[in-house]
Design a protein around this ligand. Structure first.
Ligand code: TMP
Length: 234
């Protein structure tokens, strides 16, 4: 994939106060596999750097030594028979490490934390698509994260047919779960966004990278001044 272009001086000027308002905030990028969220994630990181906003990037599963080992297990196609309950707990175990070792210290230090996936992924993949009750996932998430919730979740929405065309042919264990599973993942995300519109912002990810980036910037300009308070976390 081509490197995303560096932010222009005009964009930096237009976005400087918006990005400054994100300092100390926890923002999560979510979406189905192939939605292009990781490209947009890197572009926002480049913009934050150009605006001199201290920020930390994390991705799930992974981001710590233990978390990367859990990631390997979760995505390894050899683990064909893994139960969805085990899968959910492994994602949460990786998340627990990431919150305590990286996310919480960065937020306490007033840094912007940008995360590529968080609890919404578990609700969509292991919940709506995998069949686990959302209340069970929420209960485990409270333990794993110490009640940490992002103030803003950017959801990159794309139907599973378009998303599948953007994936490398070497599918990992999760990507290989099939079209019906991935249609449910998308539904799960959209249901979450409908239930909590103050926390979620939905981006139409079916368009070109530049169009998606323009919508992301516009949404951040709208939302940054009105982010909800972060609840305290233990
Ligand atoms: P990635 O490819 O975006 O890094 O994510 C790894 C895969 O793991 C992706 O298919 C989504 C899936 N996933 C879950 O099923 N549950 C979760 O809680 C997380 C964080 C990811």
């Amino acid at each position: 994939m081509a490197e995303p272009s560096k932010p222009s001086p005009e964009l930096i000027t237009a976005m400087r106060s918006t990005v400054a308002a994100l300092a100390g905030r926890f923002i999560v990028f979510e979406g189905p596999d192939g939605s292009g969220k990781s490209t947009q994630f890197r572009r926002l990181s480049d913009l934050a750097a150009a605006c001199n906003i201290e920020h930390v990037l994390v991705r799930e599963p992974g981001g710590t030594l233990t978390g990367e080992q859990i990631r390997t297990t979760l995505l390894d196609k050899a683990n064909t028979g893994m139960s969805v309950r085990c899968e959910m707990l492994l994602y949460m175990a990786s998340r627990a490490e990431l919150v305590s070792a990286v996310i919480a210290p960065a937020l306490r230090a007033g840094k912007l934390v940008l995360a590529d996936r968080f609890v919404s992924s578990t609700l969509a993949y292991q919940g709506t698509a995998g069949g686990l009750p959302a209340a069970d996932i929420a209960a485990v998430a409270r333990v794993a994260t110490g009640n940490l919730m992002p103030e803003l979740i950017m959801l990159f929405d794309l139907d599973q047919t378009a998303a599948a065309t953007r994936l490398s042919p070497l599918l990992d264990r999760m990507e290989a779960k099939g079209a019906a599973f991935h249609a449910l993942v998308r539904k799960g995300y959209l249901d979450q966004a409908r239930q909590d519109p103050g926390r979620y912002a939905v981006v139409d990810a079916s368009r070109t990278e530049e169009q998606v980036w323009a919508e992301l910037c516009a949404l951040l300009q709208q939302r940054a001044p009105h982010l909800p308070e972060r609840r305290t976390f233990s």
